[in-house]
Design a protein around this ligand. Structure first.
Ligand SMILES: [Zn+2]
Length: 427
């Protein structure tokens, strides 16, 4: 089965091309903001909206106005795409609005009220800038087999050098050229790609407990278990970020030194972003690749992110890991079971089933008053999740002692210990 995918490549435009691209991004931003403005005017005056086709025709007129000559110096396709994106933003907003999922919030500083989800104006101070070329813009890619570099020709920009890391699986239907906050450029192609073949699973099933002490505690139905430590990506960069923030506070806004520090900070954040993405993707691919069935908790990350644990929690990247696991399970044909959010996985003894109430987060191990097993908080929860998902059959078939050892705090009874495999060894 083929599916739509994005293939991204780092781009290295020349200084002149950077200038051309800056003009192009500016024009796209203008088109987007213009479309939003037109829609808002129409809504306020007449209580309705233009269709995309009407907007598009209006923009053609606007573009050929002698006052806006600078809009004709760039390719017209990205501008039309920008209007299309604004249109899409409105469609998304209305879907949310009709479903009753928007609300009015006030800005804490200015007191100005706005509705959530309503498309906003783009600013040239936004870090991320982009322009999309479709097939009709006739962009061209040249690549000699085995060559490290490829050349992307964009109308009215020129031929931009790309670092070619892998071949495109098919002719791309569009390309988006982006400038990130850290000053790097990227070209993103939309292609049709064949689905990757699923690797053979090693374990029948696994239960996963997500935590902050250890990022994931995984128990497999064949009696093996492992813990994956929290990567603490943010914490390890915290000193550097704090230093840059202090520096920024001392520098005057608008000076070139201030701009330099802003760039350094953007780079530091980009590094964190890359590390987090890399970790989440590798982890998700290992978990889904190795197991035929995966049992997970349903977590309310948004609610937890309002607590004191927010920084560490968001650094753990749970949402991204879970989203990726869900995607891969669908692709590989694996079973994914999500356990109810209110299931008391850390209150029940996974060996005898006694429920002895909530425990504060600092209790990592405890002894079950009924069967006197010393339980490990995370592993015990993972076994319970496996149980609740109805995937523990083969674990139960292995006997009581295997089950007991799996949730126990000491490793003495554990028949087979598993060393963490390669992708986890990044800590
Ligand atoms: Zn017990």
């Amino acid at each position: 089965m083929s599916m739509t995918k994005r293939y991204n490549y780092r781009a290295y435009p020349t200084q002149g091309q950077c200038g051309e691209l800056a003009c192009l991004f500016g024009a796209c931003r203008h088109a987007y903001n213009w479309a939003i403005e037109q829609r808002e005017l129409m809504r306020r005056r007449h209580g309705r909206m233009q269709t995309y086709n009407q907007l598009s025709a209006m923009f053609t007129q606007h573009r050929h106005d002698p006052d806006h000559a600078w809009l004709t110096s760039v390719s017209s396709t990205p501008l039309q795409q920008a209007i299309r994106h604004a249109d899409k933003a409105y469609q998304n907003f209305f879907r949310q609005y009709k479903a009753g999922r928007t609300r009015i919030v006030a800005n804490q500083r200015t007191g100005r009220k706005r509705r959530t989800g309503l498309p906003r104006f783009k600013s040239r101070r936004d870090g991320e800038q982009a322009a999309e070329f479709t097939k009709s813009a006739r962009f061209k890619i040249e690549h000699t087999h085995g060559c490290k570099w490829a050349f992307l020709t964009l109308p009215k920009v020129g031929t931009v050098k790309l670092r070619w890391t892998r071949d495109l699986p098919s002719q791309p239907s569009s390309v988006t050229i982006m400038r990130h906050a850290d000053g790097t450029y990227e070209a993103s192609f939309v292609v049709q790609a064949e689905q990757a073949t699923a690797p053979a699973p090693i374990h029948e099933a696994c239960g996963i407990d997500m935590g902050l002490e250890s990022l994931m505690s995984i128990v497999h139905a064949d009696g093996t278990r492992q813990k994956i430590p929290h990567p603490r990506t943010l914490a390890r960069k915290a000193r550097r970020l704090r230093k840059l923030d202090k520096q920024l506070a001392r520098q005057r806004k608008g000076t070139s030194n201030h701009a330099k520090t802003l760039l350094l900070r953007a780079r530091a954040y980009k590094h964190i972003q890359n590390q987090r993405k890399d970790m989440a993707y590798k982890l998700a691919s290992t978990v889904t690749g190795e197991n035929q069935a995966v049992a997970l908790e349903t977590l309310n990350v948004n609610a937890l992110a309002r607590t004191r644990m927010a920084k560490s929690l968001l650094d753990a990247n749970w949402t991204r890991i879970i989203t990726r696991i869900t995607e891969l399970c669908a692709q590989y044909g694996r079973t994914l079971v999500r356990i109810d959010r209110w299931y008391p996985s850390s209150q029940i003894c996974s060996y005898c089933g006694r429920r002895d109430g909530r425990k504060p987060l600092n209790v990592r191990t405890w002894q079950c008053p009924a069967c006197s097993t010393t339980l490990d908080r995370d592993y015990n929860a993972a076994v319970n999740i496996l149980d609740a998902a109805g995937l523990a059959e083969s674990l139960n078939a292995r006997g009581d002692e295997v089950r007991r050892a799996l949730a126990a705090a000491d490793e003495a009874h554990l028949s087979t210990k598993r060393e963490p495999t390669e992708p986890y060894a990044f800590i």
